[in-house]
Write a protein that binds this ligand. Structure first.
Ligand code: SAH
Length: 480
């Protein structure tokens, strides 16, 4: 016999009234209908919604907004009309102040749930105080890089925009509210050039056609702009014949510095192929983070929000507490952004990174800036660091900085940090869940104490939050 309440249970397509009381870490609204939790995309805490049930699971369900009965005071109009279809901005419908509060709360919740820490938003004894998320004064147009897929639109003409969620259909978009304004100018110029010269767009289902993606980058402090055309090598003669005209037109865009051509013959989602040719200009642009100059080629990794990178790494530098005599490790160093930042204030910096190309860039960047006290290693942090420590057991390391990818640090890496026992650990994280997990290990097993937690908003309008944490050692070296 079925329990009585199941007869009343909600079903797909039912209409229900829901008050949104919380948001998931992915930015979906959570509210209860008859004590049953529903997840609702594009909802804001404080909204009262008439929602249509989309899918029911045993203990929760999914619904969508059918009608907004009472909008939350935190709700704002969408700046970009394509925001819901694109999915790149998950929380554009929230006021910026509410976005920042959400991010602080997310860090606190992860520290509590995953790390088991007594994390709070106000200063107090015996608690882990999480500072307010540092936001931008203008949370738009912060991205210095646009990667725009090119294809054939429904009307048969070449178009560019973004992939519809869960598909590769290109939804035309003339302008992204997060990218720099020149990106849309370059896009418009390339599309009309393609049309005029009958240069085809790549069609991934048939593996035919020419232009696949536009990669457009800008150095925000130098103003320099790069376009890299990513092509499937078909009808290249026609493309090459039309290039002089493209170059001439690009020169009309303020800051334009270089044009590159990247060839990608592969099926699949990887945007850049292996071959890049410089067609015009030096093949790279330059930008500054703080006082450090970086050379950016089409393949180079570079933080996409340079203004907030400066804020984040400024905090990391502050937390490292350098006086000029310290020896520092920068684990997961990428192109050496943090390493070179720290090297200006330290005696010696060692960096380690798994991607060889990034290490080549890091070395070049050190040279470009006349920084002679940074040394870089290629390899996995969890292998390079223990091997180095075995060879140099007596060298004092004062500070270790880590900036791992979303999966966080390898256990072996944390163990080696414990053995090397630096006075301070600075943890820069792009995922507060793995951050909380790793902080728990460092505090419970290796004698560290959390001293400061500062979230930084590197990606306004999205659910992502970066966090920088200062830890210091409370026990004497006991391991190893
Ligand atoms: N601090 C850097 C980038 C950090 S992103 C900057 O600002 O430029 C994380 C970096 O970790 C990436 O460059 C990635 O290639 C690298 N990485 C991933 N796994 C790694 C590992 N096991 N050991 C060392 N580096 C790794």
């Amino acid at each position: 016999m079925l329990p009585a309440e199941t007869e009343e249970k909600m079903e797909k397509n039912d209409l229900v009234m829901v008050s949104i009381t919380d948001l998931t870490t992915d930015g979906e609204g959570i509210g209860k209908a008859d004590a049953f939790p529903l997840f609702i995309k594009d909802a804001v805490v404080g909204d009262v919604i008439r929602a249509r049930v989309l899918k029911m699971k045993k203990t929760y369900g999914y619904a969508r907004i059918e009608e907004l009965i009472t909008p939350s005071p935190d709700r704002v109009g969408l700046t970009c009309p394509k925001a819901r279809a694109c999915g790149g901005c998950q929380i554009q419908q929230m006021s910026y102040e509410a976005q920042l509060q959400y991010k602080t709360r997310k860090v606190i919740q992860n520290l509590r749930r995953i790390g088991g820490f007594d994390a709070v938003s106000e200063e107090g004894a015996e608690k882990i105080f999480v500072r307010k998320t540092l936001g931008m004064s203008d949370p738009w147009r912060y991205r210095n890089k646009a990667q725009i897929p090119v294809g054939k639109g429904r009307d048969g003409r070449v178009t560019a925009g973004f992939y519809a969620v869960h598909s590769h259909e290109i939804i035309p978009m003339a302008e992204c509210a997060l990218a720099f304004p020149e990106a849309s100018e370059v896009q418009r110029l390339v599309l009309s050039w393609m049309e005029k010269h009958r240069i085809s767009a790549y069609d991934e289902t048939r593996h035919q056609g020419t232009v696949r993606h536009l990669l457009i980058r800008k150095g925000f402090s130098t103003g320099e702009i790069m376009l890299c055309l990513i092509v499937f090598p078909q009808e290249m003669k026609k493309l090459r014949g039309a290039l002089p005209e493209l170059m001439a037109e690009l020169k009309g865009i303020k800051g334009y510095r270089t044009l590159c051509l990247n060839t990608n013959e592969e099926f699949g989602n990887v945007i850049l192929g292996n071959q890049t040719e410089t067609l015009d200009g030096p093949g790279f642009i330059e930008d500054l983070i703080g006082d450090v100059r970086f050379r950016i080629s089409p393949q180079s990794f570079f933080q996409v929000n340079p203004a907030q990178t400066n804020v984040l790494y400024g905090k990391a530098l502050e937390f490292a507490g350098l006086t000029g005599n310290e020896t520092v490790w920068d684990l997961y160093c990428g192109i050496g952004t943090i390493s070179l930042f720290l090297a200006q204030k330290a005696r010696k910096v060692y960096g380690v990174e798994i991607v060889p190309q990034a290490i080549e860039d890091a070395k070049k960047n050190a040279e470009l800036n006349g920084i002679g006290n940074a040394e870089f290693f290629t390899g996995a942090a969890e292998e390079v660091l223990p091997a180095w420590y075995q060879k140099h057991p007596d060298e004092t390391i004062d500070v270790i900085c880590v900036d791992p990818p979303r999966k966080g640090c390898d256990e072996k890496c944390l163990e080696t940090i414990g053995k090397m026992a630096p006075a301070r650990v600075v943890y820069v994280s792009c995922d507060s869940a793995t951050l909380a997990r790793d902080l728990k290990v460092l505090t419970e097993k290796y004698g560290y104490r959390i001293e400061d937690v500062q979230p930084v908003d590197m990606f306004p309008q999205t659910v992502h939050v970066e966090t920088v944490v200062r830890m210091s050692r409370i026990e004497r070296k006991t391991l190893g």
